[in-house]
Design a protein around this ligand. Structure first.
Ligand code: ARG
Length: 398
């Protein structure tokens, strides 16, 4: 039987050429799989037909926007996940979502190989292949750009020679990856890390410096998940989409950073993730109100590790799964409302309300009639500080 390859297909030049390229290199039949995680652009059916026109024996498309929001973005919100304290893992979240569809297609069509369009220098090749190995340990992975030297120039020549129905005109100088959780832009003049980003590169956000009216929003969470905006019920996908619009219009969620890739390279990336940043900002503050101190402190360490695992492509790993268990347990009481002002590139929390609140007005107030017994504080401090006091006495003797 002819070998079969499932290819992660975007509809763009590289993966369109990869269909025929893989067939030539391996003699295998190629099945194209396109997964919609909210990247926008062309209609899924147009993409499906192009895959077939480019030589795929089968082509499948999946609208995975809700699945991506519920199963990938929501855990990231609950984890307040920000790699290197800033990047909300936009691309890193989409890869495992795509991998799940690739492996399912490989099973359905009896394919033994899964292919993707990544280069050999980035994180995404790791995320695809580590994910594929975790879900299908028997599957082989190939990457034509990396493994068969399918450079851009050669891809254009191939497309023109084979008369593939895909534009080969010089495209934008940037490498862009986008989905409903945000957008990543790199290369071009941004590779000089002294060069500031220009307005042109942004699509999800308006210039935060433009004068405009502020926007006030109330986000309701239930057990860590956004469930309503301004009192109207929303799915997780709708929450992200609506806040992409509203926070994006206020210039929120622009991130320009040099980051540590898993492969050892430091790279410069410009992100825009208005909905993600607004949701994480609100979620963090609701946790401040509803999560007990020791659990909250410990969760911060878990969050950082969770973000690193996901960034590094270990979404389907035992440790990541176990940390999800911890995060879900810690999210049990994270329910209530957060009011925020969206303006000038910032999402600023101005109010909190929760039936699960641990904020006790009578303990916190500086007005008379508080219920906190201040007479107990002195003894507490004496014993709390005792060990460092004893050490200080010794150090002073020396
Ligand atoms: N650096 C980000 C990550 O590794 C985004 C990768 C894709 N970026 C791009 N502009 N194509 O998650």
């Amino acid at each position: 039987m002819t070998e079969r390859v499932v290819l992660a297909y975007s509809g763009g030049l590289d993966t369109s050429v990869a269909i025929g390229w893989i067939a030539e290199e391996t003699g295998a039949e190629v099945i194209a799989v396109a997964v919609d995680v909210g990247q926008g652009g062309e209609d899924l059916d147009v993409i499906r037909k192009r895959a077939l026109a480019c030589g795929a024996v089968e082509a499948e498309v999946a609208d995975a926007k809700d699945e991506f929001a519920d199963e990938y973005c929501l855990p990231a919100i609950k984890a307040n996940a920000l790699y290197m304290d800033r990047y909300p893992l936009v691309s890193a979240l989409s890869r495992p979502a795509i991998v799940k569809h690739l492996v399912a297609a490989a099973r359905k069509h009896n394919a033994s190989i899964v292919a993707h369009g990544c280069t050999g220098k980035g994180n995404d090749q790791v995320r695809f292949e580590a994910g594929i190995q975790a879900l299908g340990p028997d599957l082989k992975c190939i990457a034509p750009v990396r493994d068969y030297a399918m450079t851009r120039d050669k891809a254009i020549a191939f497309a023109e020679k084979a008369e593939l129905p895909i534009a080969t005109t010089k495209k934008s100088p940037y490498s862009i990856d986008q989905n409903v959780f945000g957008r990543a832009v790199e290369t071009g003049f941004l590779e000089d890390i002294w060069n500031g980003p220009i307005e042109d590169i942004y699509e999800y956000t308006s210039n935060p410096a433009t004068p405009r009216e502020a926007d006030e929003v109330i986000i309701t969470f239930k057990e860590g998940a956004p469930v309503a905006i301004d009192g109207k019920p929303v799915t997780v996908l709708q929450a992200i989409q609506q806040l992409n619009e509203r926070a994006g219009a206020q210039g929120i969620g622009r991130i320009d950073m040099v980051e540590d890739r898993l492969v050892g390279i430091k790279s410069r990336e410009v992100y825009e993730a208005p909905g993600a940043i607004a949701l994480i900002t609100a979620h963090q503050e609701l946790e401040n109100v509803t999560v007990e101190r020791e659990l909250a402190r410990y969760k911060r360490q878990v969050e950082q590790r969770w973000g690193e695992l996901v960034y590094d492509g270990l979404w389907f790993s035992p440790l990541k799964r176990a940390l999800d268990g911890f995060i879900n347990e810690a999210s049990q009481h994270v329910s209530g409302d957060i009011r925020m002002t969206l303006h000038g590139g910032c999402a600023v929390v101005t109010g909190r309300k929760s039936d699960e609140s641990l904020y006790d007005f009578n303990l916190a107030t500086y007005d008379s009639g508080d219920t906190f017994d201040q007479s107990k504080a002195q003894g507490f401090i004496d014993i709390f500080a005792l060990s460092s006091k004893i050490a200080a006495r010794r150090d002073l003797r020396a």
